[in-house]
Design a protein around this ligand. Structure first.
Ligand SMILES: Cc1cc2nc3c(=O)[nH]c(=O)nc-3n(C[C@H](O)[C@H](O)[C@H](O)COP(=O)(O)OP(=O)(O)OC[C@H]3O[C@@H](n4cnc5c(N)ncnc54)[C@H](O)[C@@H]3O)c2cc1C
Length: 491
C-alpha cells in the first residue's frame, strides 16, 4: 500500500492581515488532523467565523496542513470511510461541503462503512486543509504558517501566551502573541518507553537492543521496506510483536505479509498482557458469533456497542476473530497469540526472536511550556503514563491542574471519553480518532478558546484597558468544571 504524498508546495502560506507583533486570539501549533478538528467542529455548528474573528494562526512545520502524519502508514484505517467523510456532509461552510463531490471523497465513499487505506484519509484531509487555509487566510488577523516549527510557548504577565517560531526555510525566529494556544503536535514513541515497561521480567531495550524496533517504524512505508530488507537475510525469521492494541495487530499483519513474501514458515507471535477485545455493534451480534468475553461494564450505555472504544475493529478485528475462532472465521496460520504470564516461556519466545516489535503506544510530543519568568513548567505528560490533557482538554501541569489558556488535542494527548460520548465503563484508555476530535472534543475546545477570548475582552473592559491576571485565574479555577459542563451540554 502506498503512503500519502503531499501536493503542498514547499513554500509558506503568508496571508495579508496579520501585522507583525499584533496579538491574535488563538494559535494552533500543529495543523494535522487533530489541529484542524476544532475548526471543523466550529464550521459544522456555524461558528467558524466567530472563532476566527478573534484572530487565529495555524502553525505547522510541514508544507501544508490537514494531513499530518496519518498518510505515512501503509495500512487500512480502523474507522469507516463514512466517519472520515462525515465532517463534510451538510457542512454549512459551502467550500467544505463541496469537497464531498471531489474525486478523492468519491473514491473514499466507495468504501462506505468499511475501512480505507490511510493514504486516502491523508489525501482527503489535505483537501480539507487547503480549503481551511483559504478560509483562514481570507480573514483579517488570521494566517496559516507552514514550514514553521514552534520551539516553545511562554505565559505572559497579562495571562496570554507567546509562542516562539522558527522558519524552516530562513531560520528566522518570530514570536506570536495570543490569548490561547492549542497544542496539536501529535505523538511519538520515545526510546525510554522501551525500558519503562518490563516484559517477561526484563526491560526490552537493554535486553534486546540488537533486534528491537517500534511499531511506528513497521507501519510506515520506509520502515516496512527497511524491515523487509533486514528479514531477507534470514531463511525463516522468528518475529515477536509485544502489545495487545490495534497497532500490535496491524504490525502482525504487515510482518506476516513480509514473511510470506519471503517464504518464511514460522508464525508471527503476538505477546500480549491483557485479553484482546473484539468490537461488536450489539450484544446480539456478539452472541451470534459465539463471543461472550464481556460483561455489562463492556457495553456502551449510549450506543449499545460492545467494547466500543477498547475493541479491535476492521482488519485487526478480522484477524483476531479468526484466532479466537469466532463466527466460523478460519485462523490465519501466520500469526499466533501468546498471553504474557509464564515468564520462562515468554522469555524463551523473546530470546529466540530475530526481530522484536514493541507496540507499546505513543506519548504526546507537546512543546516546552514556560512560565512568565521563562522557567519550564513541568507537565503532567512528563510522568510515565501521564495524560497531556484533562477532561476539559486543558493541558495539565504536574499537579494535575489546567494551565489557563493552553489546550491540547490529538494522538496520545490522553483524552478520555465520558458524558454524552459514552463508551464502555470498563474502558480506561484514551481515544485517538478523527471522528471524536471533529465532534465533541473539537467542539469543546472551540468553545473554550472562544470563552478565553471573551474573558479577555471582559477583563480589559473592567480594568479600563489592561487585562487583569486575576480574571485569568478565575478562568483556571473554573476550567475543569466548565469543560465537563460543555461536554455534557453538547447532548
Ligand atoms: C498507525 C496508526 C493508525 C491510525 N489509524 C487511525 C484511523 O484509522 N482512524 C482514526 O481516526 N485515527 C487513526 N489514528 C489516530 C490519529 O488519527 C492519527 O495518528 C493522526 O495522524 C493524529 O493526528 P494529530 O494531528 O494528532 O498528529 P499528526 O498527524 O502527527 O500531526 C501533527 C502535526 O503537528 C505538526 N507539528 C508537530 N510538532 C510541531 C511543532 N513543534 N511546530 C510546528 N508543527 C508541529 C506536524 O508537522 C504534524 O503536521 C491512527 C494512528 C496511528 C499511529
Amino acid at each position: 500500500m502506498k503512503p500519502h504524498a503531499s501536493r503542498a508546495s514547499e513554500s509558506s502560506h503568508p496571508s495579508p492581515g496579520l501585522p507583525s507583533g499584533q496579538p491574535v486570539g488563538h494559535v494552533i501549533v500543529g495543523g494535522g488532523p487533530a489541529g484542524l478538528a476544532p475548526l471543523l467542529a466550529a464550521s459544522r455548528s456555524g461558528r467558524l467565523q466567530a472563532l476566527l474573528a478573534a484572530g487565529l494562526v495555524v502553525v505547522d512545520q510541514q508544507a501544508g496542513i490537514g494531513f499530518g502524519n496519518i498518510g505515512r502508514y501503509v495500512i487500512n484505517s480502523d474507522s469507516s470511510a463514512e466517519t472520515f467523510l462525515s465532517c463534510l456532509v451538510g457542512n454549512p461552510e459551502p467550500r467544505l461541503a463541496a469537497l464531498i463531490d471531489h474525486p478523492t471523497a468519491r473514491a473514499m465513499s466507495l468504501y462506505g462503512r468499511g475501512a480505507v487505506p490511510l493514504y486516502l484519509v491523508a489525501n482527503l484531509m489535505e483537501l480539507v486543509g487547503e480549503v481551511l487555509t483559504a478560509i483562514i487566510g481570507a480573514q483579517p488577523g488570521c494566517r496559516v504558517m507552514t514550514r514553521h516549527a514552534a520551539i516553545s510557548t511562554r505565559q505572559t504577565a497579562d495571562g496570554g501566551w507567546e509562542t516562539r517560531l522558527r522558519c524552516l526555510g530562513s531560520g528566522a525566529e518570530t514570536v506570536l502573541a495570543s490569548r490561547s494556544v492549542l497544542l496539536a503536535t501529535g505523538g511519538w514513541q520515545p526510546v525510554p518507553l522501551l525500558d519503562d515497561k518490563i516484559v517477561a521480567g526484563v526491560p526490552l531495550l537493554s535486553t534486546y537492543a540488537d533486534r528491537l524496533v517500534q511499531s511506528d517504524q513497521v507501519l510506515s512505508a520506509q520502515g516496512r521496506a527497511a524491515i523487509a530488507r533486514r528479514l531477507s537475510a534470514h531463511a525463516d525469521p522468528r518475529i515477536v510483536v509485544v502489545g495487545g492494541s490495534t497497532s500490535a495487530m496491524s504490525c502482525a499483519r504487515v510482518l506476516m505479509e513480509i514473511v510470506s513474501e519471503q517464504n518464511g514458515r514460522t508464525p508471527v507471535t503476538v505477546l500480549h498482557r491483557r485479553p484482546m477485545s473484539v468490537f461488536y455493534a450489539s450484544v446480539e451480534q456478539a452472541g451470534a458469533d459465539g463471543y461472550d468475553d464481556f460483561t455489562d461494564e463492556d457495553i456502551c450505555p449510549v450506543s449499545g456497542f460492545v467494547h466500543r472504544f477498547g475493541g479491535l475493529r476492521f482488519d485487526s478485528r478480522t484477524l483476531l476473530m479468526g484466532l479466537l475462532g469466532l463466527g466460523d472465521r478460519p485462523a490465519d496460520p501466520r500469526v499466533r497469540l501468546q498471553r504474557l504470564g509464564d515468564e520462562a516461556s515468554d522469555r524463551a519466545v523473546l530470546d529466540g526472536a530475530t526481530l522484536i516489535v514493541a507496540a507499546l503506544g505513543y506519548r504526546p510530543r507537546a512543546l516546552p511550556v514556560l512560565d512568565v519568568s521563562g522557567q519550564a513548567l513541568s507537565l503532567n505528560a512528563e510522568r510515565p503514563d501521564g495524560a497531556l490533557v484533562g477532561e476539559g482538554c486543558g493541558v495539565l501541569d504536574s499537579w494535575g491542574d489546567e494551565i489557563p489558556g493552553l489546550f491540547g488535542i490529538g494522538l496520545a494527548a490522553g483524552y478520555r471519553p465520558g458524558g454524552r460520548l459514552g463508551g464502555e465503563p470498563s474502558f480506561k484508555g484514551q481515544v485517538n480518532g478523527l471522528w471524536v476530535w471533529q465532534n465533541d472534543v473539537g467542539a469543546l475546545i472551540a468553545d473554550r478558546m472562544t470563552e478565553v477570548e471573551a474573558n479577555y475582552r471582559i477583563s480589559r473592559i473592567m480594568s479600563g484597558g489592561a487585562t487583569a491576571p486575576e480574571a485569568r485565574g478565575a478562568d483556571r479555577a473554573s476550567g475543569r468544571a466548565r469543560g465537563r459542563r460543555d461536554l455534557w451540554s453538547a447532548a
